[in-house]
Ligand binder design. Structure first.
Ligand code: FES
Length: 399
């Protein structure tokens, strides 16, 4: 037998019994089940060391060989249940060491593949220790058909297939694989596929990044709040050339309206007062014409005794009686000369040359209470009309 031969061969060489692999055990079990055919040559020890024949090994049903892994395991499981006692009874031998790792429950049947393999190794070790006297145990890994397993010497061992044990460690496929194993159907039957495809996982939402505020978001929002409104207004006004043209037209019309309103209002007149004081009579010497007030009030102050022999002080308007020009007093010629058309007037104001039709006009003059001469331009006195005789038109110096 190959199992026994393996251990015997190791022992015969003086070394420790070698641990059998699952592949070896299955190969040897198949060999046993097929009628004691030797294992593959690669794993077979020397033929001389091979012990007894596999007469004690469980045989498959008459005319039926174990073919599937489940059947081989079932046969091995049955052998292991029956050969556990010898394995436990020979713990002192070195061959029993590998079987001590996974121990099946005392008095119970092996459940998992590891337990079954451990039991098979233990049986193989015990047989190797006992040599040819105990050849029945090594056949623990041989597989037998399920129907034959029920009639094996250890018939109380439960029937647990390899698929069922794999299904126990694969919860996801347990329902699909357990059913055919329990019913004894063909183990090659494919597990049922899920009718509905699992839902696709939801994609991550990238909006979380956008929700995170930027470090300078507050400052940027403040600048946009300060500049956003004017920019938006300007942009709205000049969004198109049409609106710009209408804006320009409206602005031009408004400016023209304001200019017209200003034109309708009169300008402010800054005329000099009609009455004003020119100082005491002593400021004006006899025989002189003062031009002190021509520029400011448009009058000459004349102190003369040439008009009707009286010593008079009076005020002449500096307006030409021809067309209104302003004549000039020519001290050297002792006359008023109009630059426009050449009219000339004596020191008394009487016209003597040029186109002027009449003498210059006097304005009102009086001596005020404070001794000052006061001129009133609102009063006009014309010599051709006899008005120069009016006392309001002169101040007569007495003394
Ligand atoms: Fe004085 Fe014509 S305005 S002479």
């Amino acid at each position: 037998m190959s199992i026994g031969g393996r251990f015997v061969s190791d022992e015969s060489k003086g070394g420790a019994p070698k641990k059998l692999s699952t592949k070896d055990i299955l190969a040897m079990a198949r060999a046993q089940a097929s009628g004691g055919a030797p294992a593959p040559a690669a794993e077979q020890p020397a033929p001389a060391a091979t012990p007894a024949t596999p007469a004690a090994a469980p045989k498959p049903a008459a005319g039926k060989k174990p073919t599937s892994t489940a059947e081989i395991l079932a046969a091995a499981r049955a052998q292991a249940a029956g050969g556990a006692a010898p394995a436990a009874a020979a713990p002192a031998t070195p061959a029993a060491a590998p079987a001590a790792k996974p121990k099946p429950a005392a008095g119970g049947a092996p459940k998992s593949t590891a337990e079954i393999l451990a039991a098979a190794r233990a049986a193989a070790g015990a047989k190797a220790a006992g040599g040819a006297a105990a050849p029945a145990a090594p056949a623990a890994t041989a597989k037998a058909p399920a129907a034959e397993t029920a009639s094996a010497p250890t018939g109380d061992a439960p029937k647990v297939s390899l698929e069922a044990m794999l299904a126990a460690v694969r919860p996801a496929t347990a329902a699909a694989t357990a059913a055919p194993a329990a019913t004894g159907a063909a183990p090659a039957a494919a597990p049922a596929k899920p009718a509905v495809a699992p839902p696709m996982p939801a994609k991550p939402v990238p909006a979380a990044k956008a929700a995170a505020p930027a470090p300078d978001a507050g400052r940027r929002s403040l600048v946009m709040a300060l500049l956003g409104t004017p920019i938006a207004m300007v942009g709205g006004l000049f969004s198109s050339a049409f609106s710009a043209a209408w804006t320009f037209l409206a602005a031009t019309t408004g400016i023209a309206t304001l200019a017209t309103a200003r034109f309708m209002l009169p300008n402010v007149l800054t005329e000099p007062p009609r009455k004003f004081k020119i100082g005491p009579p002593s400021d004006y010497d006899l025989g002189t014409v003062s031009t002190k007030w021509v520029a400011q009030y448009g009058i000459w102050i004349v102190h003369t005794d040439q008009y009707k022999g009286k010593n008079l002080i009076y005020a002449l308007a500096s307006v030409c009686t021809h067309l209104g020009c302003t004549p000039s007093w020519l001290e050297g010629e002792r006359k008023y000369k109009c630059p426009c058309h050449g009219s000339g007037f004596y020191v008394t104001g009487i016209n003597f040359e040029g186109p002027a039709p009449r003498p210059l006009e006097r304005v009102g003059i009086t001596l005020s209470a404070d001794g000052m001469l006061e001129v009133d331009k609102s009063l006009k006195f014309q010599e051709e009309m006899g008005q120069w005789a009016d006392p309001a038109s002169f101040y007569e110096v007495v003394g």
